[in-house]
Write a protein that binds this ligand. Structure first.
Ligand code: UD1
Length: 389
């Protein structure tokens, strides 16, 4: 059975890695071909992940790059179609909810190739999010669904998909999290991560933010920064910054709110605008380039809380029971709130500060690990794929 696995943007790589590793265990029956659409392409948004996650270099890189949604989706479709026509796979596996997911899905479906969607059935009910459109459109053409939480399955059944095609398997993102944690064990993943950690006090916060609804709107971004400034007077915030966010901060002229944390060890002592190697990271919001998976994990796993608008971080923090403050109005991953350590607080500065204070004072709710988030989702997926053949 020939399986094309598609990854395009940063969060896809973590989801594809465990599936690929599992497929490789059955090399006499299954052959996995990895296609990188090139939606993300910077060294620290893409290449770093392939190295760290222990997966092979992509068999194909479509090198699509950035552009409008229409351009990116169309370009992926044209280039992915060529790969499908050449390889004639039995199955195409797409993950998550990015433009690469729907683009590759459409191509597969129109070529009558069976389509599997990992992380299917999630719904934010917020049609202003491009991801919600991608999720619903992808699920409407999927043949084999893999869900991460019961609500995902319920949503698909309500949408009249046949129960035999829907498999509740747990979460490959959590497979990868456990795999990476085990891999580096007690060791420090890099000199860089160690250098940052050494300079932090016990009480610190990690943060990610890149949603267009938060960073493209000046008023919303102003509100969030106001809250971050107040919070960072109590504990430093480490903020590896997505290129979209960096661009917007510069465009609105908000750089003054941040301190720059340079990640280049060799220039630590010479960069004028940067935090010096010996300096302790006390109060402030420390902005840096995006970090690799292991380095960031090494930092956030010991943070007092994580502030984020990412879907994956809501789930990963739940898996390690780290308080998570989600700066969005809704979540498509309700289990992280119902059972996990996540609180969806929106972008009201007072609310963000209130919840950060709770986390910093260790007054967070008790949380549990969701069902089947046990590091074995990829085993269940590959088992179901073999059966489907
Ligand atoms: C995409 C996904 C989003 C996901 C996020 C994770 C869609 C619709 N959105 O959003 O769901 O949470 O990835 O990161 O698919 N850029 C670079 N270098 C890169 C990649 C992007 O500089 O390697 C810059 C470009 O200016 C680009 C912008 O970031 O225009 C946005 O990139 P894009 O892939 O369009 O969307 P993301 O915001 O990354």
């Amino acid at each position: 059975m020939k399986i094309l696995l598609v990854a395009g943007a940063r969060p896809n790589f973590m989801k594809i890695a465990p599936i690929l590793r599992e497929i490789e265990k059955y090399s006499s029956e299954l052959r996995g071909i990895l296609v990188h659409t090139g939606q993300h392409y910077d060294q620290n948004m893409s290449d770093t992940f392939f190295k760290e996650l222990g997966i092979k270099e992509p068999d194909y890189n479509l090198e699509v790059g950035s552009g409008s949604h229409a351009f990116q989706t169309a370009e992926i479709m044209v280039r992915f179609e060529e790969v499908c026509l050449k390889e004639k796979p039995d199955l195409v596996v797409v993950v998550g909810d990015v433009n690469s997911t729907i683009a590759a899905g459409l191509v597969a479906k129109k070529l009558h190739i069976k389509l599997a969607h990992v992380e299917a059935g999630l719904r934010s009910r917020d049609w202003s999010m491009p991801e919600e459109i991608n999720r619903i459109a992808t699920d409407s053409i999927t043949d084999l669904f893999f869900t991460t939480e019961k609500e995902g399955t319920d949503n698909l059944l309500k949408e009249r998909h046949t129960p035999e095609t829907v498999h509740f398997v747990g979460h490959v993102m959590i497979d990868n999290l456990f795999y990476q944690l085990k891999k580096f064990g007690d060791k420090v993943p890099s000199e860089l991560a160690e250098n940052i950690k050494k300079r932090l006090p016990d009480k610190y916060i990690c943060m990610t933010m890149h949603r267009p609804s938060n960073v493209d709107d000046e008023e919303t971004l102003t509100r969030i920064i106001k809250a971050l400034k107040a919070v960072s007077e109590k504990a430093p915030i480490i903020f590896p910054c997505h290129p979209r966010t960096k661009k917007q901060i510069e465009m609105f002229g908000f750089q003054g709110a941040f301190k720059t944390l340079t990640l280049n060890l060799s220039t630590l002592n010479t960069s004028i605008n940067s935090v010096q190697a010996v300096e302790h990271l006390t109060n402030g919001i420390y902005l840096s380039e995006p970090l690799g998976y292991d380095d960031f994990l090494y930092l956030w796993k010991d943070a007092f809380c994580v502030i984020t608008d990412s879907g994956g971080m809501q789930e990963e923090t739940t898996a390690l029971k780290i308080p998570c403050i989600t700066i969005r109005e809704n979540t498509e991953r309700p289990i992280t709130v119902e059972l996990g350590s996540n609180a969806v607080v929106g972008t009201d500065p007072e609310k963000i500060v209130e919840y950060c204070n709770k986390a910093l004072n260790k007054q967070w709710k008790e949380s549990k690990i969701p069902e089947l988030w046990d590091g074995k989702a990829s085993e269940r997926i590959v088992e179901a794929i073999k059966h489907s053949a």
